[in-house]
Design a protein around this ligand. Structure first.
Ligand code: CO
Length: 210
């Protein structure tokens, strides 16, 4: 059987199994979407949001891209963010990176890989900001993993810089922002940053008229 056919067959088996254990499962889910969490993760196939957190459909609103970036001109990310914050009214936003991230590795070398260069350049900018700290780490894998952590922290900051988040902070005292890094080796998530609603992080980016 082709992999494509197998996916469809497995889908039918999964749906039947869910109904067998809970006849109203899909009826209930179809009626309402009320997640409390927005997840911004890496597209990497080994880091599926629901699976690694043991959550069910309906619990997490998900956006994924290469290296879990929050790029302030990315219309896709901004649309997801605005919908999650202003319509779903999520209480938490998690940026979840992972050790051994291919996007982060690509940012640390000089090979051109086509249009992805433009995306990866955002990670190179994170490297440049933390160059001294990173280049003091001699082991290559440790240095990559440090950049994974710093990149997540930077993307959490990028969320805090948006007027979408700052407006919700001011008027609704949410969402909390969290930076996590998932370990492919052990399946464990490490917390690397937390920003509470209304936190002052850098006045240069804090709007005074929201
Ligand atoms: Co990745």
């Amino acid at each position: 059987m082709k992999p494509f056919d197998k996916i469809l067959k497995d889908n039918k088996a999964w749906a039947a199994q869910m109904v067998a254990s809970d006849p109203d499962y899909f009826k209930r889910l179809a009626e309402i979407q009320n997640p409390e969490v927005l997840w911004i993760g890496c597209s990497d196939s080994r880091v599926p949001a629901n699976t690694i957190t043991g959550t069910e459909p309906g619990e997490i609103f998900v956006h994924r891209n290469i290296a879990n970036m929050v790029v302030h001109t990315d219309l896709n990310l901004l649309s997801v963010l605005e919908y999650a914050v202003n319509v779903l009214k999520v209480k938490h936003i998690i940026v979840c990176g992972h050790y051994g991230c291919g996007g982060v590795k690509a940012a640390m070398n000089r090979h051109s890989i086509g249009i992805i260069n433009k995306w990866i350049r955002n990670i190179k900018d994170v490297y440049r900001i933390h160059r001294d700290e990173l280049e003091s780490i001699t082991d290559e894998e440790s240095r990559t993993n440090k950049l994974v952590e710093l990149n997540v922290q930077e993307q959490v900051m990028n969320l805090a810089k948006t007027s979408i988040v700052q407006t919700a902070w001011k008027h609704d005292h949410r969402p909390y922002l969290h930076g996590w890094v998932y370990g492919l080796q052990d399946g464990i998530i490490k917390q690397v940053s937390d920003i509470a609603p209304g936190s002052h992080f850098d006045e240069l980016y804090e709007f005074d008229n929201l």
